[in-house]
Design a protein around this ligand. Sequence first.
Ligand SMILES: [Mg+2]
Length: 274
Amino acid sequence: MHLPLSAELINPRVRRGPFRVAVFDFDGTLSLIREGWPQVMVSLMLDRLREQRLIAEPEAECAAHVEAFVMALNGHPTMRQMERFAQEVTARGGTSAEPVVYLQQYLDALMSVVRGRWEALESKRAQPSDWVVPNAHGILRNLQERGVPLFVASGTDLAHVSREVELLELTPYVGGRVYAPKDNDASFRKRDVIERAIRELAVRGEELIGFGDGVVETQEVKRAGGVAVGVASSTAGVRGVNASKRETLIAAGADLIIPDYEHAPELLAWLYGE
Ligand SMILES: [Mg+2]
């Protein structure tokens, strides 16, 4: 089986299966419900800096700097990004609020967008397939049929991830194996989820396959010795590789880059060396 044309092989020496455990990030990797969150977070941070007149450089330069540290921390609990922002305020000579205050402001802004998407799904005005990375259900089903236990590890609050797993009808695949920070617990680490999954299933690190659109899960899957598939997903309704995600994922160590799961059967057949 050839690698589907939509997939880009970054590491030609990537190990080709079989895999005995799979870990998926949630936002941007399975779900698109939170798409647009970086813009919400960055614009909130810029507002707070502007209020205290802490932007000395050109606004675009400041925005790029803020976006860079926000994206570098993508995959960690959201609280980590707020802690980093509080440091930024202090470093610029301002008076920082507690990180938890910034977190609440961010969640309020984001949730006004997310709630609308929840309601559309609940009322069946939207279908689960409208708000997942294309063919997410297909790749989960394929891996499940291969007997691979599927885990979700997310930096988003557990209550929200659990609800969205349900709304997106992903429970048959990942139910009972969804891990995320409870009540925004900043000590949550994807590394712990991966290490525990490997230990409890008594598999080797190289038998792990991970899917993610962020730095943290990609690095952690590589650290554990697994195969990291970088999902450079775009926004809902848009096809193709997101160029900035692709670059970040390659730098983080991704073995392959895919835009979505449209060619999941071919991709998995290739990854399994069939
Ligand atoms: Mg993500």
